[in-house]
Design a protein around this ligand. Structure first.
Ligand code: ZN
Length: 478
């Protein structure tokens, strides 16, 4: 009998960890799309059991030994070395956090979520305040346990955007603020609103779904390796390139939320379907970071979906699906796809103001974890940041400090990935134009395959083979 190589042993162990994760993800997908309300209790227990099993696998000394053996054999810069790097990232986070702390975090997150929902409904920060204090304290402890030598905010960001640092992001956000703030002021001062009526009307949900599916299929989303279902908040989840789930929601009087939501999630879905099947179940198999993921969704949603070129091709099909819209022209519709208006709600923000919402949150979160702000300072800090960046001041705390779910879930360091996605997508699109030639010309004929294949070649198929910044640099040269 021949002995298995360390890498084969790593893949066998890791494949089971990935299976546990996929089972968790599938149950979570079901929770959002099909589970009846009374299933909640059993589902919660089941997810906790799977999380416990995964934690036990990750912290098993046998896995660490195999990783040491793999590391000894891996040449610098090689694929096996990348496998070790990615596996260690997960193992270290699991091993270094004491079980008691992990349990306290899980408990604080679930009670924080309940408290936040109530606090938001009543626009009363006091109902959430103590929970937030606990969550911040536990996250600090977690960051110190994982790596006491690095700034806690950097360690927290690692979970979503490995390698991102406050030191690098601070000047990046400063530059963005400088460029965007005058644009936003200009829009407010010009006093001329966009006519959004061309986008409004009556859009039956089943027809919206049919049109959205058509757009997703045209983008290359493979419905033999994926599906679309309804949920309260749209999302995408994947269990390997052969099974990717996206969701949607709609508004009957406005087609924009459903269509651009579907194109956004299908953009995420293309990334998941385009991952290298040879690496499925291995540490470098999955998408590399949330920022890179968001670059894919935003590229299809904004740079393709809201473009004049896309509508040159799509409008006749749109009118066929929605005959009420007969006579609509691209010239009339296009401005309505780009209305800009400072608002309090990030998820509804337009392309100009979106990054300012993130800049506000980044400034507040990083100050909080540097110890320059206390939880009690947050409501005022939030309102001040909105006044400074967007020129508007929230009327109550539901519009202000309580609006996002992330903090209630203890997710600090997540927000910057949205802006990184916006920036990376612009970089990628510019490079694609340079390398493919007339991308707009192709899109205006409904030829979306060249752009998709380019993204597959430059981003999707690499999974986590290279760290995010290296991947982007390889793809764009910058
Ligand atoms: Zn997204």
């Amino acid at each position: 009998m021949t002995e298995k190589s360390p890498q084969d042993r790593l893949f066998a162990l890791w494949g089971e960890i990935r299976d546990l994760e996929n089972a968790e993800a599938l149950l979570s997908w079901d929770q959002e799309t099909g589970m009846p309300p009374r299933g909640q209790g059993a589902r919660g227990r089941c997810l906790a059991t799977l999380a416990g099993l995964k934690h036990a696998r990750l912290t098993d000394p046998g896995l660490s030994e195999v990783l040491d053996a793999c590391a000894g054999e891996a040449a610098p810069g090689s694929e096996p070395e990348a496998q070790v790097r990615e596996a260690r990232r997960h193992v270290d986070r699991a091993v270094r956090v004491p079980v008691e702390l992990a349990k306290a975090l899980a408990a604080a997150t679930s009670s924080g979520l309940v408290a936040w929902q109530k606090a938001r409904r009543k626009a009363d920060f006091a109902l959430f305040r103590d929970h937030l204090v606990t969550l911040v304290r536990l996250r600090r402890e977690q960051a110190a346990a994982i790596d006491p030598a690095r700034p806690p905010y950097d360690v927290l960001m690692d979970e979503f955007e490995p390698g991102a640092t406050e030191e690098e992001l601070t000047p990046l956000f400063a530059k963005l603020r400088e460029a965007l703030a005058p644009l936003v002021r200009g829009v407010a001062e010009c006093g001329q609103g966009v006519d959004e009526r061309p986008a409004l009307g009556h859009y039956p949900p089943e027809k919206q779904l049919a049109f959205g599916r058509m757009a997703a299929a045209r983008m290359g989303f493979d419905f033999e390796a994926g599906r679309i279902d309804r949920s309260t908040h749209p999302f995408c989840t994947g269990f390997g390139p052969g099974d990717v789930r996206i969701t949607w929601r709609c508004q009957e009087d406005d087609f924009r939320p459903a269509l651009f939501g579907i194109m956004h999630e299908a953009g995420h879905g293309l990334y998941e379907q385009g991952l290298n099947p040879a690496w499925e179940g291995t540490p470098i198999g999955p998408a590399v970071s949330l920022g890179v993921h968001e670059s894919q969704s935003r590229l299809w949603e904004n740079l393709v979906g809201r473009s004049r070129a896309f509508w040159t091709w799509a409008l006749p099909r749109f009118v066929e699906t929605f005959p009420d819209k007969k006579g609509l022209t691209v010239d009339a519709l296009w401005p309505a796809l780009h209305a800009v208006r400072p608002s309090f709600i990030r998820v509804e923000a337009d392309e100009v103001t979106y990054n300012l919402h993130i800049a506000a949150r980044f400034g507040i979160e990083s100050a909080l974890f540097r110890g320059e702000l206390e939880v009690d300072d947050l409501p005022a800090a939030w309102d001040d940041a909105y006044e400074e960046l967007l020129g508007i001041r929230p009327r109550d705390m539901a519009e202000g400090v309580l609006q996002d779910i992330h903090w209630a879930m203890g997710m600090f360091g997540y927000f910057p990935t949205y802006t990184l996605g916006n920036l990376i997508n612009a970089q990628l699109f510019e490079t694609a134009r340079r390398e493919l030639g007339d991308v707009e010309g192709m899109v205006s004929k409904g030829e979306l395959a060249p752009l998709r294949e380019w993204l597959r070649e430059k981003i999707h198929r690499f999974g986590s083979r290279y760290p995010a910044r290296e991947l982007v640099q390889r793809a764009t040269g910058a």
